[in-house]
Write a new protein. Structure first.
Length: 128
């Protein structure tokens, strides 16, 4: 069951799917896609809202300077790879910095997904 909630930051609407809250309708749709992939056996161990602590001196440092919460993490059966994924409708400099920090500190790459976004092709210049 999908339920629309109040608007969140950047104008997106929070959505509840089967009792789980998502910051946008796009993120909720991505969750449903991943859930179907899990049912089909393509992925396993699907997790939502996976927290990572950010440390000033890297992993092992005691000084926590913030946290990053990935939208999804799952295991791809075909490749044997663990994927950490973040759905973005609007990317900010802070979220890019946090993904870079997580990448350096934990040695992982965060995959950014955007649904329903078409890349714009440059228009041909008109003559005359």
């Amino acid at each position: 069951m999908i339920r629309l909630n109040a608007k969140s930051k950047y104008g997106s609407r929070q959505v509840t799917v089967d009792g789980r809250r998502f910051d946008s309708q796009g993120e909720a749709l991505r969750f449903q896609e991943l859930r179907y992939m899990a049912l089909a056996g393509e992925i396993a161990d699907l997790e939502c809202q996976v927290p990572y602590e950010l440390h000033a001196g890297g992993t092992g440092s005691e000084q926590v300077i913030g946290k990053y919460v990935a939208d999804f993490r799952y295991f791809v059966q075909k490749t044997g790879q663990v994927v950490t994924e973040d759905f973005k409708g609007f990317d900010t400099p802070l979220s890019r910095w946090k993904r870079k920090h997580v990448s350096k500190e934990y040695g992982i790459t965060v995959v950014v997904t955007r649904q329903g976004r078409r890349s714009r092709k440059p228009r041909a210049k008109r003559k005359g």
